[in-house]
Ligand binder design. Structure first.
Ligand code: HEM
Length: 179
């Protein structure tokens, strides 16, 4: 099986990280939107804890993914018109930006709230800033709008992938399905 990317195909590692992160991020967005909209209760606090744990995992995964992306060649988009090529690459780099900035802003928010962020009981993240209510609100608003940016990029990305499958009938979607 092809592990690394080539000029015209994604390898197993890139495909695996793509779909694993897609599942983790969709879960985190749904959980984040839900847990912030329910009344305060023990369940709500439990969901906040899960959100932080899986959010830290997402941060670790994106570091691995970014390293893999930078150490590998990426399949070309040469068959696409120039505007679609620029749009696709812009969306991909926007994803990396959001995937890094969202968990870091969550970590900053939790630090500013003076609350711990545990990674499945293995370790607790060090505080990045001293507790401050003003900063907690600032990071919470930043975290929320970055997450909305991620959702918007996701919608464009999925629409573009479906357009290639249904209208252009090319291999763009299929090459992210199997190596
Ligand atoms: C890629 C990873 C992450 C995604 C996609 C994500 C997404 C979200 C979303 C959509 C919300 C709801 C925002 C709203 O509508 O108010 C939220 C809230 C929240 N997230 Fe995250 N999050 C991530 C990582 C993290 C991490 C790593 C932490 C902390 C260590 C964290 C802590 C929180 C907290 C405390 C809230 C509640 C904010 C409030 O009370 O207003 N998140 N997140």
């Amino acid at each position: 099986m092809l592990m690394r990317n080539t000029q015209d195909r994604f390898g197993f590692v890139a495909i695996f990280l793509h779909w694993l992160m897609a599942i983790v991020l969709i879960g985190l967005v749904i959980l984040g939107l839900y847990m912030t909209r329910i009344p305060i209760s023990l369940d709500k606090l439990k969901l906040f804890g899960w959100h932080k744990e899986w959010g830290i995992l997402a941060l670790m995964l994106v570091i691995v993914r970014l390293a893999w992306r930078l150490l590998n060649t990426t399949p070309t988009l040469n068959e696409l018109p120039w505007w679609e090529k620029i749009g696709a690459r812009a969306a991909h780099w926007a994803f990396y930006f959001f995937m890094l900035a969202i968990p870091i802003s969550g970590w900053l928010m939790t630090s500013a709230a003076g609350l711990p962020a545990s990674f499945f009981g293995w370790f607790v993240l060090p505080d990045l800033v001293t507790p401050s209510e003003q900063n907690r609100i600032l990071f919470a608003v930043t975290h929320k709008w970055l997450a909305y940016g991620l959702i918007a990029t996701f919608c464009v990305h999925v629409a573009a992938a479906l357009k290639h499958y249904v209208i252009n009938k090319d291999e763009i979607l299929q090459r992210m399905l199997w190596p």
